[in-house]
Design a binder for this molecule. Structure first.
Ligand SMILES: Nc1ncnc2c1ncn2[C@@H]1O[C@H](COP(=O)(O)OP(=O)(O)OP(=O)(O)O)[C@@H](O)[C@H]1O
Length: 235
């Protein structure tokens, strides 16, 4: 099944009177992962919410999986039931039952195979984020929007889960917000550095090679220096 391209056309994003974006137009390539970098407060989350159809007057381009910055796990549901939450909310018991093996296997892959029955409050911040990642990947959508999905993870877990996500997200249209230039370079077919007041994108950066890229590649390290310069320029 093919994944659609995403586009934003002449968007105005105003939050409680605060103008985040004015007349913003951007395209996101079909079947690719686009990583968004930008200083804190430029409007990355707002753009993601716009794409997800979560802001007033917006609609998503199709069914999306959205992973918010906060994990949004329901405290009264087990880890396994949280991962299957989308199916529960859609009240589709047959689909929920057929998705359960996938949910169990994803939880094993994110290192929570022995915590299926645990409640979220008994997990560490990083474990909760891994459960939220498993939930997003379990939704099996062609469009996936992720807001700092690896933000609370230790360096080794982060690296392993970047590999897992790159494998499971292959062929989907993904927009991923990150604060880490090296993560963007590992995961992104395309990278945009955003600046704010109002929100704007610098030139599209498309590193060569398949994702996830090797972080020791000297070309990646050179591009990392360029991204940090671009980030310094944006405000
Ligand atoms: N509900 C709101 N009302 C008014 N202003 C808001 C609201 N939500 C966000 N903002 C403002 O909009 C701007 C963009 O916020 P947003 O969360 O999109 O930034 P961000 O780039 O994702 O930041 P971070 O990297 O820190 O998560 C910020 O200046 C923020 O203060």
């Amino acid at each position: 099944m093919s994944s659609p391209a995403l586009s934003v056309r002449s968007a105005h994003i105003v939050l409680d009177g605060h103008v985040v974006a004015e007349n913003l137009s951007l395209d996101f390539a079909a079947g690719c992962t686009t990583c968004l970098l930008g200083r804190s407060g430029v409007g990355k989350t707002s753009l993601l919410r716009h794409l997800a159809g979560l802001l007033p007057g917006t609609a998503p381009a199709g069914p999306v999986a959205y992973m918010a910055q906060r994990d949004l796990l329901l405290p009264w549901l087990s880890v396994l039931d949280n991962v299957l939450l989308g199916h529960r909310l859609r009240r589709d018991e047959t689909a929920r039952r057929s998705a359960e093996p996938r949910a169990r296997s994803l939880l094993a892959e994110v290192g929570l195979g022995d915590r299926l029955d645990a409640l979220p409050q008994t997990l560490s911040g990083g474990m909760r984020q891994r459960a939220a990642l498993a939930r997003t990947l379990c939704e099996d959508r062609r469009i996936v929007l992720m807001d700092e999905p690896f933000g609370h993870l230790d360096a080794v877990t982060r690296f392993d889960l970047q590999d897992l996500a790159a494998r499971l997200l292959e062929g989907r249209t993904v927009v991923m917000v990150t604060h880490d230039p090296l993560e963007a370079l590992r995961m992104g077919h395309e990278i945009r550095v955003l600046s704010g007041n109002p929100l704007a994108s610098g030139p599209l950066i498309a590193p060569v090679g398949a994702v996830p890229r090797d972080p020791a590649d000297p070309e990646l390290l050179a591009l990392q220096a360029r991204l940090i310069q671009e980030l310094r320029r944006g405000s």
